[in-house]
Design a protein around this ligand. Sequence first.
Ligand code: FES
Length: 145
Amino acid sequence: MREDRRGFLAGLLAALFGIPGVAALLGGRGTRGRWIDAGPLDALPDGEPRRFAYEVAAGWEKRQRACFLVRKGDSVFALDATCTHAGCMVRPAARDDAGGAPGAFLCPCHGGAFSIDGEPVRRPVTRPLARLETRVTGGRVEVRA
Ligand code: FES
């Protein structure tokens, strides 16, 4: 709640004074990210990525983003679905795609592939998928976006 007020104040000041840096200085939404509920941890199958779509503020607009939640036991991590080669959206690969790594991610644009941990396994990709901060609170997964 306190963060919501701070974000609102930052947005209001930025709108009134036209100073984009005001929002950043006050730590408003979109500059530091916010925690987004991604559902119960128990709903995620172990080792099988699940796509999670969400919106982020980009100035006065909202942008659609997506990541993949990967559960490993009681922990979970989130990989940004944006390919690090040229920005296409990756998808979970079929079992024998992506160099034989089950559950890996395949990029439809140029055939690049990533392991289940987001590491590049097939060119042209050379950099890993970006990781988003995650936490589990009261059995629910939250993603900072
Ligand atoms: S954009 Fe993904 S391999 Fe080129």
